[in-house]
Design a protein around this ligand. Structure first.
Ligand SMILES: *Cc1c(COP(=O)(O)O)cnc(C)c1O
Length: 490
């Protein structure tokens, strides 16, 4: 043991905390693209610790070694910067968390922090569970939360099955999320948080974020927003009053499609009636050090480094993909075989005006090409085929350039029929609430030239004029998951 004990480790830790804080403050003065590109990985860090590597290194290691027992004790007491064990922390995760905290906090003076998870669903579970704890003063009190009915299919399952059915935590569904009085009528003293997805996947529901945040705070509870579809390049909910943002990083943030990942970005000092000062002071860090340490849903460093690399170009991609989607949406709007097009960018969409209040391409005013704020609405849209479920499937089956996949946010255009895929498990009633008819095709436009996407849709819709679809015979590898029994449990 060192005669100084832990002290020289604690002093070194203070120096490190200080220069990291200073570096983050400096990064905050940069524009969005610079932050997205550099994140919190500095030249100093590269030269001092990473052999000068200009790209954030992937620390593919389960754990960290210590110089002696004093250092180990200080580390495991969370008194010095440490990553001890990759279930809890790891330098590569830290770089991802650092950049996402800055991007979702961009443009506001709110201090943010982030924790990255293995998936968007793990992010949602990690974000909501700390609010669904029993009150020691009233352990038998019922619990509820108020959340929009129009949510991603996986979220619908998590809320309805894992919370409402299995744990008796009541999900009070907001069906018309633009109606503030509906939100308010569902809140009572047992409501733990408000939750909304905007724009929602795939229904593109949208609500007045700032007013819902005010409502949450009026009742002393936090507002959690799933902002996956917008990404911080188009919308940063914390700036408008949200307490916590969840992102499926899998989607547009990490558009290459190399893996699954998620994140939670929270404001410091959030609002909650739960008596847990540490949680409220810094929610993401609390999650990292305590509940997620114990539950283990965090991201792997390999997926983290892949996400970091994609995030650098998020602003330019969201701009280009939004513009292409607009072009495709306009084309489909006047197509004789299309009943309806749903895209927030279209002037006749009922939520166009509201979305235009919130969805802007970040920093467009500093961009030579634009020189002023410009609205961008993302690359998720849907269209309803003028026909039944079978004809809709025929159109879908005829795509040759657009990939049929239950995915979105990809660099390549992908499409799905939500009624038979992402939203099949919630049944007809759940789909009716979420506004998902069986002739709806969800399309997420990639970075291909939009003319080629339009041509592909055009030839596919040709099946409604009698064009034949070619069906190929399948061969399966045994590697996939399949269980008829499990599907029917509920
Ligand atoms: C995909 C998605 C999720 C879930 O994210 P995973 O990374 O697939 O777990 C959550 N919310 C929205 C809006 C999504 O599109």
């Amino acid at each position: 043991m060192d005669p100084n004990g832990m002290n020289h480790y604690l002093e070194a830790a203070n120096r490190a905390f200080q220069w990291h804080r200073e570096y983050k403050t400096k990064m905050k003065e940069c524009r969005f693209d610079t932050i997205a590109t550099h994140g919190i990985y500095s030249m100093q860090e590269a030269l001092d610790f990473n052999q000068g590597s200009i790209i954030e290194p992937a620390y593919l290691s389960s754990s960290q070694t210590y110089r002696d027992s004093d250092e180990m004790e200080a580390a495991l007491g969370y008194q010095i910067p440490t990553w001890c064990y990759s279930r809890i922390a790891n330098p590569t995760m830290y770089y991802l968390e650092g950049v996402l905290a800055l991007l979702d906090g961009y443009g506001s003076d709110v201090e943010t922090s982030c924790i990255a998870t293995a998936s968007g669903m793990a992010a949602i579970q990690s974000a909501v569970d700390p609010f669904l704890v029993t009150d020691p003063k009233n352990p038998h009190a019922p619990m509820n939360f108020v959340a929009t009915a129009q949510v991603y299919g996986g979220t619908y399952q998590q809320f309805s099955m894992r919370k409402d059915l299995e744990r008796s935590v009541e999900w009070r569904k907001v069906v018309h999320s633009t109606d503030l009085s509906e939100w308010e009528s569902l809140i009572d003293e047992n409501t733990r948080f408000l939750y909304g997805e905007m724009p929602s996947n795939p229904g593109l529901a949208f609500f007045d974020l700032a007013r819902v945040a005010e409502l949450a705070h009026k009742y002393g509870i936090p507002l959690i927003i799933d902002s996956t579809v917008a990404t911080p390049a188009l919308l940063r909910p914390i700036e408008h009053g949200a307490d916590i943002v969840v992102q499926s990083v899998t989607k547009s943030l990490a558009t290459s499609g190399f893996g699954i990942s998620g994140a939670i970005i929270s404001r410091k000092n959030l609002v909650s009636k739960i008596n847990n000062p540490e949680m409220k002071a810094d929610f993401a860090t609390y999650l990292k050090l305590l509940p997620n340490r114990d539950n283990g849903p965090n991201i792997s460093p390999l997926n983290a480094v892949l996400a970091i690399n994609d995030i650098r170009t998020i602003r330019m991609r969201m701009d280009q993909m939004s513009r292409s989607t607009m072009k495709v949406a306009e084309y489909l709007s006047s197509h004789k075989h299309v009943e309806k097009v749903e895209y927030l960018g279209l002037k006749d969409h009922p939520l166009h005006e509201l979305a235009s209040k919130y969805m802007y391409l970040v920093d467009a005013e500093y961009d030579k090409q634009y020189g002023k704020p410009v609205n961008r609405y993302g690359h998720l849209m849907s269209f309803l085929v003028k026909g039944d479920a079978k004809q809709t499937r025929d159109v879908f089956d005829a795509f040759t350039r657009i990939w049929r996949a239950t995915d979105l946010g990809r660099i390549k255009s992908v499409a799905t029929i939500p009624a038979i895929s992402t939203h099949s498990q919630q049944g007809p009633e759940g789909r009716r609430l979420a506004g998902i008819p069986s002739n709806l095709i969800r399309l997420c436009v990639g970075v291909e030239h939009p003319d080629d996407i339009i041509n592909d849709i055009d030839q596919a819709i040709g099946v409604l004029d009698g064009k034949k679809v070619k069906v190929t015979a399948p061969e399966y590898s045994a590697g996939g998951a399949s269980s008829a029994r499990l599907r029917n449990i509920y």
